[in-house]
Design a binder for this molecule. Structure first.
Ligand code: IMP
Ligand code: MG
Length: 180
């Protein structure tokens, strides 16, 4: 597995410290109010669970399965919702949790979709950001690390459903996706 990784960007300790930093910002923002954390499956999962255990306000869990990606490395621009929320978000504080912000297509479309459901507040939290690849204009409230334009895997992030389980975030060797 490690043979497929060109370089480790963030190890488990660095990830943990950043999640704590984000949790502290969320605590300041919500100050004890209940929040519906909406995870964008499946890439959000490790970040979502780590974050939920570090915040000090009451949380409701919900998930949506949505992406603008096929199995390749480029955004298709279309949002596909294959599993929607399990409960209405009207009048709730909603925080969308995503693994990575790339073109911005996924989050900007989700934001518009959720806005129409009349939440009390709607914010977004993304563990990684690749600002150089932005296509859709978007203002994400909480961001972990900004990274260069490289394809990364681990800590929930996949290439064709592989590598999600890695406890670190690494740059995938280009030959792995160029040969497929
Ligand atoms: P966007 O719609 O282009 O912002 O892409 C967001 C989604 O693309 C993320 O939820 C990821 O699933 C996927 N993605 C973007 N960049 C990467 C990457 O470097 N590694 C793995 N998945 C990525
Ligand atoms: Mg994804």
């Amino acid at each position: 597995m490690k043979d497929d990784i060109k370089e480790i960007l963030f190890n488990a300790e660095e990830i943990d410290a950043k999640v704590t930093e984000i949790a502290n910002k969320l605590n300041d923002c919500y100050k004890g109010q209940e929040v519906v954390m909406v995870g964008v499956l499946k890439g959000c999962l490790p970040f979502y669970i780590d974050l939920a255990r570090k915040v000090n306000f009451p949380v409701r869990f919900d998930f949506i399965c949505a992406s603008s990606y096929g199995s390749g490395t480029e955004s298709s621009g279309n949002l596909k919702i294959s599993k929607d929320l399990s409960a209405p978000i009207e009048n709730k504080n909603v925080l969308i949790i995503e693994d990575i912000l790339d073109s911005g297509n996924t989050l900007s479309k989700l934001y518009d979709n959720f806005s129409k459901r009349n939440p009390k507040s709607l914010r977004m939290c993304c563990f990684l950001d690749k600002p150089s690849r932005r296509v859709s204009e978007i203002n994400v409230d909480f961001i972990g690390f900004s990274i260069p334009d490289e394809f990364v895997v681990g800590y929930g992030l996949d290439y064709a459903e592989r590598f999600r389980e890695l406890p670190y975030i690494g740059i995938l060797k280009p030959e792995i996706y160029q040969n497929n």
